[in-house]
Design a binder for this molecule. Structure first.
Ligand SMILES: C[S@@+](CC[C@H](N)C(=O)[O-])C[C@H]1O[C@@H](n2cnc3c(N)ncnc32)[C@H](O)[C@@H]1O
Ligand code: SF4
Length: 383
């Protein structure tokens, strides 16, 4: 059995820039599909060549908006990846899609290409809030796209953003219940974060957005988990809910700190190369990235070896997001450091005392209370 690998492929274009979003996404009048397809395929081949034989567990087309990609490009990349690596029998192939009607028209093509899971960016089912979030689709279009996804794909998930400006607890509960009635076995429910450099950040600074205060945000988070659980979807990660067994295998690879390759503009990866763990990163801007690939076969910028201390830090930051937490034996095998050696012992003891963390023979995990304040907890805990 070869070492496992998850593969991320970034499509950097969107129809419009949403005011809250700081992902590496760009708006163009015309996308040169042929050029970007060729560049992605070339960079994938380059990465596969240096990685050697690997067992491929998942492919994830993320963005930007991968549902703006020609289905033929997805098909070619899936064919390449399954030829260059050794696909596992249950290979998960996810594509992030936006629910406009034009994009839904391409769903059948993605299914034929081999995509077996779609993740739809619904964001809200409230028409007024969809507009405020700058979305290009209506609530009805989102519902129609979900219906189509359910018919075409073996698995589908969708994203909602909550803790939105002016959102009340009863309104969110009602919206979430409607969403759950449309869901299958997986949902991603994100609290709105105000990201630097976004339109929302400017509006927030000028006092033009009224966001839930800390108490309401906590109530919204707890209500989210309660409603999802009543429907049989469990929080397996801070923002991700699934029926047991239906978790996103690709995202689990990140949170468990396994190897993943990132192809395309701005994509990053964590790869074991010659027994060293290397952080990889691609040029962010789409056209300069493509030029670089055309010239030298890849758009990689500086790559760094990750030392023991940083591995431990990264694995803690990722692993404590998971409800199951971090397995002590895996932690030591992956980082070369025992779990207890990687955290501040006083903070660990205090966090266990107040019920934020549990530490036992299996490893370390955050409780629901701990996950509610995970950022602050991690900042104090991780050395
Ligand atoms: C790469 S993006 C989206 C994919 C697709 N382009 C879309 O918009 O539907 C992944 C998800 O991150 C979430 N997201 C992006 N920015 C966010 C923010 N500032 N706060 C909370 N969630 C955010 C959205 O739910 C989004 O669907
Ligand atoms: S949320 Fe999605 S559609 Fe909107 S700008 Fe970000 S990546 Fe593009």
């Amino acid at each position: 059995m070869h070492a496992p690998l998850a593969l991320y492929i970034h499509w950097p274009f969107c129809l419009a820039k949403c005011p809250y979003c700081d992902f590496n996404s760009h708006v163009r009048d015309r996308i040169d599909q042929t050029r970007f397809a060729a560049a992605l395929r070339r960079e994938l081949a380059w990465e596969a060549d240096r990685l050697g034989p690997r067992s491929l567990t998942s492919i994830f087309f993320g963005g930007g908006t991968p549902s703006l990609m020609d289905p033929a490009t997805a098909a070619a990349l899936i064919d390449d990846a399954t030829r260059l690596f050794y696909p596992t029998p249950d290979l998960e192939i996810t594509l992030e899609a936006n629910p406009t009607s034009v994009e839904a028209g391409r769903f059948a093509g993605y299914r034929t290409a081999g995509v077996n899971r779609v993740s739809l960016g619904v964001q809200s089912l409230n028409p007024h809030d969809l507009q405020r979030l700058g979305r290009q689709h209506s609530a009805d279009q989102a519902i129609a796209a979900l219906d189509l996804a359910a018919r075409l794909f073996p698995r589908f998930s969708f994203d909602l953003i909550y803790a939105r400006p002016d959102q009340t607890l009863p309104a969110w509960r009602a919206e979430l219940r409607q969403a759950l009635s449309l869901a299958a076995d997986h949902l991603s429910l994100y609290q709105l974060t105000i990201e630097p450099g976004t339109v929302f950040e400017g509006m927030h600074r000028r006092g033009e957005l009224t966001l839930p205060d800390e108490d309401l945000a906590a109530e919204l988070y707890l209500a989210t988990a309660e409603e999802a659980e009543a429907f049989g979807l469990y929080a397996y990660e801070i923002s991700n809910y699934a029926r047991p067994g239906s978790e996103s295998r690709h995202n689990l690879a990140y949170w468990r700190y396994n190897d993943y390759a990132g192809i395309g503009p701005g994509a990053h990866g964590r790869l074991t190369l010659d027994r060293r763990l290397v952080a990889t990163r691609r040029h962010r801007a789409p056209e300069p990235w493509a030029e670089r690939v055309e010239r030298i076969g890849h758009g990689s910028t500086a790559e760094e070896q990750i030392d023991t201390h940083d591995r431990a830090r990264e694995m803690l930051l990722m692993g404590l997001r998971l409800t199951d937490g971090i397995d002590a034996a895996r932690f030591e095998a992956r980082t070369g450091m025992p779990l207890v050696g990687a955290v501040d012992p006083d903070i660990l003891a205090q966090a266990i005392d107040v019920g934020y963390l549990v530490h036992d023979a299996d490893g370390l995990r955050a409780t629901a209370d701990g996950r509610l304040r995970l950022d602050a907890l991690l900042a104090a805990l991780v050395r």
